[in-house]
Write a protein that binds this ligand. Structure first.
Ligand code: S3P
Length: 174
């Protein structure tokens, strides 16, 4: 059974969508940031502060190799930079959740836990820099994706429905 790998910019809703898709498809969902946090028993923010981004990227690489080798039939939500893993296409079908930068910011700001949501993301602290990162990343996400789903202004139910029909196209998800 193929995995479904959700990629996209920070705050686009990969984790939320993965959980809803999990509920609807009865496939388990895991998140690469959660896996990394448990591997070193440390929050992503603290990893960036104590060891730096380079070390975090090494952990992402380890995570990617483990997923390829050991995980099947699972929905995998990823950190915004995980798409750069060389083996990503070997992990599963790559689905890019697309949204404008402005809509992502609005989504984060309107969340009841907005402060926490922003604070836990080291690369979202400087909005100008984050926008530059977004511009570079968008082209790369598009290039690597097997499927692109625009999520802007869509309800979680609609997005999940679209994803489910795409997954059926892969021939192995329920
Ligand atoms: C990152 C995105 C974060 C997290 C880390 C780096 C990135 O995950 O992996 O802070 O490089 O875009 P989210 O996309 O869940 O915010």
């Amino acid at each position: 059974m193929q995995n479904i790998v959700l990629i996209g910019f920070m705050g686009v809703g990969k984790g939320t969508i993965a959980r809803e898709l999990s509920k609807e498809s009865k496939m388990f969902a895991v998140d690469t940031d959660d896996l990394i946090e448990s591997l070193v028993n440390k929050k992503i923010k603290a990893i960036f502060e104590d060891e730096g981004e380079g070390y975090f990227r090494e952990l992402e690489k380890r995570c990617a190799l483990w997923l390829q080798k050991s995980v099947k039939g699972t929905i995998i939500s990823t950190g915004g930079g995980f798409y750069r893993q060389k083996n990503i296409k070997k992990i599963g079908k790559v689905i890019y959740l697309e949204s404008s930068f402005e809509a992502i910011l609005n989504r984060l700001k309107s969340h009841p836990n907005a402060k926490k949501k922003l604070a836990k993301r080291p690369l979202l602290q400087d909005i100008k820099k984050a926008k530059e990162l977004y511009k570079t990343r968008v082209k790369e996400y598009e290039k690597i994706a097997d499927v692109i789903i625009n999520v802007e202004d869509k309800s979680i139910k609609i997005i999940t429905k679209e994803l489910l029909s795409q997954c059926r196209g892969f021939g192995d998800a329920r």
